[in-house]
Design a protein around this ligand. Structure first.
Ligand code: WQD
Length: 350
């Protein structure tokens, strides 16, 4: 994998119209990369493309190409690789609803594993062997000890979504074993929240949100009545679950750091992307209340099946090797999330 300058580097971003993908695309365009997005828009809006262009400006936006396509569509993906000299791939595309994965295991395995296999096979045919994969802290399951380092035991949570993340890490590792030219970076995200500080991009979940912060944001704006807190009897300071929430723009710079770091290397490397700090559900609700200037109503409910008590990352490896660390705190995350929610109450389609 030869060393190339950003302006001469073309990065294929699967799922680049989604929440983390779109923020990463902005970061890459601002760094001067050429970017090709492949996204089937099954869980994203084409309107994000105009927002990306507004943020980065006309000149950088000229370096972006968008294809509405399924990564598992080999014929179309082949045409895209024929049309562009793709140097590196960032693979975000995939189904990500934990609960849905339990009731639709076939769809989750077929989509997440199938599209990854199609992608890496088309990459191989085109001599592209450089990939960054969106993995998840879910591979650590219920931790024995905290903070979680990359070497902590892996025991994916008992849902197909988590298993696909862990299986794809293994597939990409096996690729490098078979051909050491492969250059693989596995990024394990903790809990991504927040939105672009411009207010132009953010998370736009379809239907009632599964994740905490989108649910809190929609409660703050009055679309939902009250946050349901899933358990206040955990072994944590206030009894509610603790997570390592990370600003989506910090994740975006994490990908840019990984791209720069992997330049000229081969091998497999894994990095946690988190802040290293744990925050409880009640702390999030109160921080969001400060951000939007009103108290967020909530009710305590039973624990949600499959939830772990606490997790947070040891991010020292990403700092030491890639020179990356998270910059935003919980108040920043809530402010940016509220700016996005309040100025785009119905998301991109509003
Ligand atoms: C956070 C905390 C809940 C909703 C999931 C995936 C993970 C990753 C991110 C996804 C927990 C509590 C939540 C609510 C609540 N990838 N909660 N009321 O479960 O840590 O991680 O999303 O693509 O793989 O598992 O995130 O935001 O759902 O929950 O009290 O309405 O908030 O119990 O303690 P989670 P979350």
């Amino acid at each position: 994998s030869e060393k190339i300058a950003p302006a001469d580097t073309c990065v294929l971003v699967t799922g680049g119209a989604g929440f983390i993908g779109s923020h990463t695309v902005v970061e890459l365009l601002q760094d001067g990369y050429q970017v090709v997005i492949v996204d089937d828009l099954s869980n994203a809006s084409a309107r994000v493309l105009d927002r990306i262009a507004t943020i980065v400006g006309e000149q950088a936006a000229a370096n972006l190409t968008f294809y509405e396509a399924d990564v598992n569509d080999r014929e179309t993906l082949t045409k895209i690789f024929d049309a562009h000299h793709i140097d590196r791939v960032i693979h975000f595309a995939g189904f990500k609803a934990v609960g849905q994965s339990v009731s639709m295991p076939i769809e989750y395995y077929a989509n997440n594993i199938g599209s990854t296999l199609t992608l890496v096979d088309v990459m191989r045919v085109h001599g592209c062997t450089s990939i960054i994969f969106s993995s998840s802290a879910t591979v650590y399951g219920d931790p024995d000890s905290l903070p979680l380092t990359e070497a902590s035991p892996k025991k994916p949570a008992t849902n197909p979504y988590g298993w696909t993340k862990w299986m794809i890490e293994q597939i990409l590792t096996d690729l490098n074993t078979a051909d050491p030219e492969w250059n693989v970076v596995l990024l394990r995200y903790f809990n991504p929240i927040g939105a672009h500080p411009s207010g132009l991009m953010g998370e736009d979940p379809k239907g009632i949100p599964n994740n905490l912060v989108p649910y809190v944001a929609q409660t703050a704006i009055g679309k939902l009545d009250a946050v349901h807190v899933f358990g206040d009897d955990y072994d944590t300071p206030d009894g509610t679950g603790v997570r390592d929430y990370i600003h989506v723009c910090d994740l975006a710079t994490g990908h840019a750091s990984a791209l720069a770091w992997m330049n000229g290397r081969t091998g497999v490397e894994v990095f946690n992307l988190g802040t290293g700090r744990g925050t409880s559900v009640l702390e999030i609700i109160h921080a969001f209340g400060r951000a939007c200037g009103k108290e967020i109503p909530y009710v305590i409910e039973a624990r949600r099946a499959g939830d772990v008590t606490s997790n947070y990352a040891d991010c020292s490896k990403a700092k030491a090797q890639m020179g990356w660390k998270a910059r935003y705190d919980i108040d920043d995350m809530c402010h940016d999330s509220w700016r996005w929610q309040s100025t785009n109450p119905d998301g991109y389609e509003g």
